[in-house]
Ligand binder design. Structure first.
Ligand code: PLP
Length: 226
């Protein structure tokens, strides 16, 4: 089996599952760590939404691929990289601090943003606390409105909605059920933020059942990362 056949079969399998649960959902193929040859195959198979999480790696890839790709950033944001990320990314999924918003605004680039929610935080968690598996990131749900109001002050930033990663120690259905409640209450204040980015290779079906409009899938399509 060639690499192309393998990617094509995996992609068809993932797309069939998305189709059966929410045909309108957007698939972002998370291409981080995979070589440019894989991205060329995906492009040739018709994919146009790619997700990366390392600035330097993405900058190289973007240079070598056609201009009609929509590039998503979904990793931890280092503030000294924001200017550079804004050069190549179109959609940022992992906003969880005010200073990131002002820095992306200062870039002057037109960007679409998701606010990342930490599903391990609860109403008693202080806003500045490091919560659970901190590497997963995300804002405390009670801080979302304030972040969204800040995004809406900048004409070059467009708020798409909320994003989350399911905690490792909880059933995805339970975590995404909570996310769906958080999203509903957020939308009462921000009805134009219509999108929900949730679900990775091993939990995207659960996420789609709980209203995800954007799924971010890597290893189910491209295989295990080294
Ligand atoms: C790496 C990553 C993904 C994709 O993960 P897979 O398990 O390879 O599907 C999705 N979302 C985020 C935030 C990631 O860091």
């Amino acid at each position: 089996m060639t690499r192309r056949d393998e990617i094509k079969a995996n992609l068809q399998n993932v797309r069939a599952k998305i189709e059966s649960l929410n045909p309108k959902a957007n698939l972002i193929v998370v291409t981080k760590t995979f070589p440019i040859g894989d991205l060329e195959i995906l492009y040739e198979l018709g994919e146009r939404e790619f997700g990366e999480n390392r600035d330097q790696e993405a900058t190289e890839k973007v240079k070598q691929l056609p201009g009609d790709i929509n590039w998503h950033f979904q990793g931890q944001i280092q503030s000294n990289k924001i200017k550079s990320i804004a050069n190549w990314a179109n959609v940022i999924h992992s906003i969880d601090e005010e200073k990131q918003i002002t820095k992306f605004a200062e870039s002057g680039k037109k960007l679409e943003l998701f606010l990342q929610v930490n599903l391990q935080a609860n109403l008693d968690t202080p806003s500045d606390a490091k919560i659970g598996d901190d590497a997963r990131g995300g804002a405390n749900p009670k801080d979302l409105n304030q972040l969204a109001e800040l995004v809406n002050k900048f004409p070059n930033l467009h708020l798409l909605g909320l994003m989350a990663v399911a905690p490792l120690d909880e059933a995805p259905d339970q975590a995404f059920g909570r996310l769906s409640q958080i999203f509903k209450s957020f939308q009462q204040s921000f009805p134009k933020a219509q999108y929900l980015s949730a679900g990775m290779s091993f939990d995207f079906e659960s996420a789609l059942n709980h209203g995800a409009t954007h799924v971010r899938i890597g290893s189910s399509i491209l295989g295990k990362r080294e």
